[in-house]
Design a protein around this ligand. Structure first.
Ligand code: PLP
Length: 332
């Protein structure tokens, strides 16, 4: 009998770790009091700093969890190739997990995503396949149509190679990881003194997984979905502008497994300009160097503090590092 696969979670920061994958999670929760003061709103924004993970994003946790669960349940065999579509961050998390758990990894990415992401995944040992955008799409602005082309290539490769698909939109691991790690961490760090959560949605794994956990733990807890202005499909609006700069989500996909059963308490619309303004404010006033979607989450939280949640505490995720956007207009 081969030995059953087991990934032992250790407490990063208090142990010598057997691999960098063990350093995923355990991120700081930071009070954005300077930013709140700058924008003259009332209340608190607490930021879960996922950009401090080994792959510099919120997707390290679900990426690692997908492999752990698949190794544990036998869906992924030792040494089997892993394939997944990515806007860069899941791919980076998977590249790290695959390097440490010894799996070849192929990342499939739209040419619309920034080149830093491609270079980083390659450096981490991934084979990266870049897929042309749909006719009429703009580099830096990845739409649902572009994503469909990426998925088609993933499906072709999985079949051809007999690979394991680390399907970040459909595997329950993307929800489970927040019940196992992120949720308990946040309750411990905050003592549960949080009223609401605003999150920009890609797979919806963070929103659905963490949101459901916190709703169960904190009475009256509210979850607000952040969407790009003009692409507010979850809110039920007609999509007038599917292209936007907020990489990692806002794809206007019809049915997201992760949020299918989720009670959404409201919708927040954020423009490209406002996401950029808030990302810059995070860097300038808080010393937090993050990307567009982190800016969008903060913009959503500011809107809540100016309205529905005046005087309350809102949780946001700092999704990824600003270093991933040096080739974009974010820091020009
Ligand atoms: C930078 C960034 N922000 C936000 C998201 C959305 O996170 P989720 O897939 O958990 O909804 C992603 C997902 O890839 C991302 O890469």
């Amino acid at each position: 009998m081969p030995k059953k696969f087991k990934f032992e979670r250790l407490n990063p920061g208090t142990n010598i770790l057997p691999s960098i994958a063990h350093a995923v999670g355990g991120t700081p929760l930071v009070d954005l009091s300077r930013l709140v003061k700058h924008f003259r709103v009332e209340g608190r924004i607490l930021a879960k700093c996922e950009y401090l993970n080994p792959g510099f994003s919120k997707k390290d946790r679900p990426a690692l969890q997908m492999l752990i669960e698949a190794r544990e349940n036998g869906a992924l065999k030792p040494g089997q190739t892993v394939v997944e579509r990515t806007s860069g961050n899941t791919g980076t998390g998977l590249a790290i997990a695959c390097a440490t758990l010894d799996h070849p990894f192929i990342a499939v990415i739209s040419k619309g995503n920034s080149i830093e992401r491609v270079r980083m995944m390659k450096a981490l040992g991934a084979r990266v396949i870049r897929v042309d955008q749909a006719p009429g799409s703009t580099p830096g602005q990845v739409t649902g149509e572009d994503q469909k082309l990426v998925v088609a290539e993933v499906e072709r490769l999985v079949k051809k190679l007999g690979a394991f698909r680390a399907d970040q939109f459909n595997l329950p691991a993307i929800l489970n990881v927040h019940h196992e790690t992120t949720g308990p961490e946040i309750i411990k760090q905050s003592g549960g003194a949080i009223d609401a959560y605003a999150d920009f949605i890609g797979s919806g794994g963070w929103f659905g997984g963490l949101g459901a956990y916190l709703k169960a733990e904190i009475p009256g807890f509210k979850c607000y979905a952040v969407e790009p202005e003009g692409a507010e499909s979850l809110a039920g609006n007609t999509v007038t502008k599917p292209a936007h700069v907020i990489q990692g989500g806002g794809y206007c996909l019809e049915d997201l497994m992760a949020i299918r059963d989720m009670e959404i308490d409201g919708y927040l619309s954020v423009s490209d300009g406002r996401a950029k303004e808030c990302a810059r404010a995070l860097a300038r006033y808080e010393g937090i160097f993050a990307g567009f979607s982190s800016g969008a989450n903060v913009a959503g939280a500011l809107e809540l503090l100016a309205g529905n949640c005046k005087g309350k505490t809102v949780l946001v995720v700092i999704c990824d590092s600003g270093l991933k956007y040096l080739s974009t207009g974010l820091w020009e």
